[in-house]
Design a protein around this ligand. Structure first.
Ligand code: 8YV
Length: 344
């Protein structure tokens, strides 16, 4: 009996030409417009699918997983995958994949752009100019903090953290300190010019602190009132990871009261909503989660997600070997060996 084609749900409009590679092998249910889903809608979309391409906005939890008997792979278009319940996916024998590497340099660029914009008051001064407030040049207006030669603190020293360290060390002559779950090999420390310090020392010494660690319940509000109180009152905080790492009310308080110099944020706890307390401040630069948003990188992310999806469904040159799984190896091996319609 001929096997039916796998069914694939694509949760958001991505790049049609790349997603078209899936349509050559699978029945694809595309989403023509940017869509916000509740949990019921996600469960309904996954119910009869073998695979899905999803973004950070789609939370894949236990109910949706339990209601999707054919599901074999969730290919997340993004390196962070806190939107996926990986333990539940593993337990259900479903492969989950992400898109590391291809976005590293682009996201590090944005981190540095936010750092410079916040420290040198670029957005604030541009707004001031446009408002017609530049009546006379003044020696002491818009004074910011130096980037070159200052101390860069990096919290989370994965691929993106290291790319930021390189920029700081080699490009701006910064002293680079980092804190991470585990210390990096000496060779990596040398190459990135970064020194390992404990969390408190990182907070106390950084002139500019960049957050690049994954979000999990353990890292929730890691940068809260207590951590901010240990930082220099002139320091800059940059968050390009996930909003939940920062207690935004404590951050807004510190910025408003001059206990922190400036901040650059690309991610928010309730995004796309941004707290009015942050919107009201002049010393914070706010971007709408654009860390990986270059044309080239966003295409590369979708391509990697498609490669992962097809491989996990047992299709194509990498059949059975998705390039970047985040679930256990045994799940990947078991799933790729199965037929489309008979998972469990
Ligand atoms: C993505 C991101 O745009 O990769 C990540 O973790 O936050 C962004 O680069 C986003 O995840 C799209 O799903």
């Amino acid at each position: 009996m001929a096997q039916s084609r796998p069914r694939v749900w694509v949760s958001q409009p991505l790049f049609d030409d790349i997603v078209g590679q899936v349509a050559a092998h699978c029945d694809v249910r595309a989403t023509p417009e940017v869509t916000e889903y509740g949990q019921d809608a996600i469960a309904a979309a996954l119910r009869d699918c073998d695979g899905a391409l999803v973004t950070l906005n789609e939370r894949i939890g236990t109910d949706a997983i339990a209601a999707a008997p054919r599901l074999r792979v969730i290919a997340n278009v993004g390196v962070g995958y806190d939107n996926l319940d990986v333990a539940a996916l593993d337990a259900a024998g479903i492969v989950a994949t992400n898109t590391p590497d291809v976005l590293t340099e682009t996201t590090a660029d944005l981190g540095f752009a936010l750092l410079m914009a916040a420290a040198r008051r670029i957005v604030e001064s541009e707004r001031w100019l446009r408002e017609g407030q530049w009546k006379q040049w003044s020696f002491s207006s818009m004074l910011g903090a130096d980037v070159h030669g200052s101390t860069l603190g990096i919290l989370g020293m994965g691929r993106i953290g290291r790319a930021i360290a390189r920029r700081g060390h080699h490009g701006f002559g910064m002293k680079v300190l980092y804190h991470n779950r585990s210390r990096l090999p000496a060779g990596v420390e040398r190459e990135t010019g970064a020194q390992y310090v404990d969390f408190d020392a990182l907070l106390a010494q950084a002139d500019h602190l960049v957050l690049v660690l994954p979000y999990s319940p353990a890292s929730h509000h890691l940068i809260g009132a207590a951590a901010l109180a240990r930082m220099k009152p002139t320091a800059t905080v940059v968050n390009i990871a996930r909003g939940g790492l920062v207690d935004e009310i404590a951050l807004a308080d510190a910025l408003a009261q001059g206990r922190l110099g400036a901040a650059g944020l690309d991610v928010y706890e309730g995004e796309p909503a941004v707290r009015p307390e942050l919107l009201a401040l002049r010393n914070v630069v706010l971007t709408p989660h654009i860390g990986s948003a270059s044309r080239h990188t966003r295409r590369a992310m979708v391509q990697l997600a498609v490669d992962n999806l097809l491989a996990a469904l047992g299709i194509g040159p990498r059949a059975g070997h998705p390039p970047t799984p985040v679930t256990a190896k045994k799940t990947t091996a078991a799933v790729a060996g199965q037929g489309a319609a008979e998972k469990r």
